[in-house]
Design a protein around this ligand. Sequence first.
Ligand code: AMP
Length: 113
Amino acid sequence: MDDCIFCRIASGEIPSDIVLEDGGFVAFRDIHPKAPQHLLVVPRSHIGSLNDLELWRKGEGHLLLQFIVRVAERVGVKESGYRVLTNVGRDGGQEVQHLHFHILGGQDLGDFR
Ligand code: AMP
């Protein structure tokens, strides 16, 4: 989608601090980090949110989870621990309408949300 900022980041049209990418997913640093390590993982293809799961190919969710663990390893939080979350819709506080998973770590997150 032309006007979707995460599509444009995933395609390389807009620069970002990419830490890992493959054919299906891209991980880049959040521009307003809420933890020492704060990454966003997005699918390259445009999917609005977790609610649009019907757009996923079979097995893509598993690939996504594997990719998230690889990102955690890449930024050095796999063993110390991290949090993965996705915001959905208005009440979930979703600001960008392209499915993305936050990876937060690098400190004791406690009950941080
Ligand atoms: P959400 O509230 O889950 O939609 O979160 C959107 C996230 O995207 C926020 O944490 C923003 O800081 C982050 N964000 C927005 N624009 C950019 C950008 N150009 N590069 C990196 N992160 C961004």
